[in-house]
Design a protein around this ligand. Structure first.
Ligand code: F6P
Length: 384
């Protein structure tokens, strides 16, 4: 039965552009098409732990102006696993039953959870334990949620990183510098790879492909020899030092990645003599006005999530696959973590454009000469 439902919606994990567009799509479809009540839950599951539960009834008039706005007007958090929630006295407490009780106190028939793989795993566990009718929507600038080709927020992040590279070309050329751009993405190099190709970077470094400083410097020198006395390097935050150390900002309980841009700048200067500068894009990649593509994806996901509830198909996540929205069981959707495929199309594209990925790629001629000299032992990778 699709009539008379009361549904909740919450955003969980790190914010990104497009979240407000999903809340708007859900609200519009649920009210306009089905005549349901929609309740926005504040600050992810924290709103359900609060007494009375912290939520607001949403109207179309209220959500419409948020279509383009970054962030989430419901608030969110990427801290505090409810199954081991950090209390003020330093202890950890299982607060899952409070959240489940909060959901039932609101009298909700279903809940739409918008999150990355971590948040969706937690929401699913709560749903299984407490009889919550859950539908998931994937969001993350990292674009690493297993089964979906796209998650909300990724496109905007790529646009922001690309625009930064576009701007840096001019200043890099004016000063004959190597400009290093550090982007987010955690263990997945999707932002760096996509923005690097779109922005015309000369070197793209991602966690999935090991690099050597020597190869990077050789590429920079080769560019200089061809009359380009500047270079743009884009690097993903989880790329390690050449010795394999993961760089973190400060000393916090949670792992906050950052610093590899500065490490590369110092290393490249000392190895090649090039003048370097670093731009760390950080949280700018999550904010601002969401891209049209993210708004379209958010709208499609929002409407599809409401349709799932109308058909009482729960424990499902909406995904983008082969040009359309498909629903898959949440457990299946988040089973695989999706990093960049080192032999995938975009890596091949970057190589085909002559972009250095830090690993040893040599020209066909050089390869043939070396192969001849070394017999059967292939010296290094050759572009496909
Ligand atoms: O997962 C999204 C993300 O933006 C990562 O790319 C980044 O490493 C992390 O969140 C930053 O988290 P926080 O907002 O806690 O600094």
């Amino acid at each position: 039965m699709a009539t008379g439902k009361k549904i909740g919606i919450l955003t969980s994990g790190g914010d990104c552009a497009g979240l407000n567009a999903v809340i708007r799509a859900v609200t519009r479809c649920a009210i306009e098409i089905y005549g349901w009540e929609v309740h926005g839950i504040c600050k992810a599951t924290h709103g359900l732990m609060t007494r009375p539960p912290e939520s607001k009834r949403l109207s179309i008039k209220q959500v419409d102006p948020y279509l383009t706005m970054g962030g989430t007007f419901l608030g969110t958090t990427n801290k505090g696993d409810p199954f081991a929630f950090p209390m003020s006295d330093g202890s950890l407490r299982d607060r899952s039953e409070e959240i489940i009780e909060g959901y039932h106190q609101l009298g909700l028939d279903a809940l739409i959870g918008i999150g990355g793989d971590g948040s969706l795993a937690i929401l699913r566990k709560l749903a299984q334990q407490g009889g919550i009718n859950l539908v998931g929507i994937p969001k993350t600038i990292d674009n690493d949620v297993g089964i979906t080709e796209r998650s909300i927020g990724f496109d905007t992040a790529v646009n922001i990183a690309t625009e930064a590279i576009d701007r840096l070309h001019f200043t890099a050329a004016s000063h004959s510098r190597v400009m290093i751009v550090e982007v987010m993405g955690r263990d997945a190099g999707h932002i760096a790879l996509n923005a690097g190709i779109a922005g015309g970077a000369d070197v793209i470094l991602i966690p999935e492909i090991a690099y050597s400083l020597e190869n990077i410097c050789r590429h920079i020198k080769q560019r200089q020899a061809h009359g380009y006395d500047y270079s743009i390097v884009i690097v993903s935050e989880a790329v390690c030092t050449e010795a394999g150390a993961l760089l973190e900002q400060g000393h916090f309980a949670d792992c906050r990645l950052g610093g590899v841009g500065q490490y590369l700048a110092e290393s490249i200067t000392s190895l090649s003599g090039a003048e370097t500068r670093v731009t760390v894009l950080g949280h700018t990649q999550r904010g601002g006005i969401s891209s049209p593509l993210d708004r379209i994806l958010a709208s499609a996901f929002g409407v599809a999530a409401v349709e799932l509830i109308a058909n009482e198909q729960y424990d499902q996540m909406v995904t983008w696959q082969e040009r359309s929205v498909k629903a898959v069981p949440i457990a299946e959707a988040i089973r695989d973590y999706r990093t960049v495929e080192p032999e995938g199309t975009l890596v091949k594209t970057a190589r085909g454009l002559g972009i250095c990925l830090g690993d040893r790629i040599i020209s066909r001629t050089e390869h043939e000469q070396l192969s001849e000299a070394l017999g059967a032992n292939r010296p290094a990778t050759v572009p496909a």
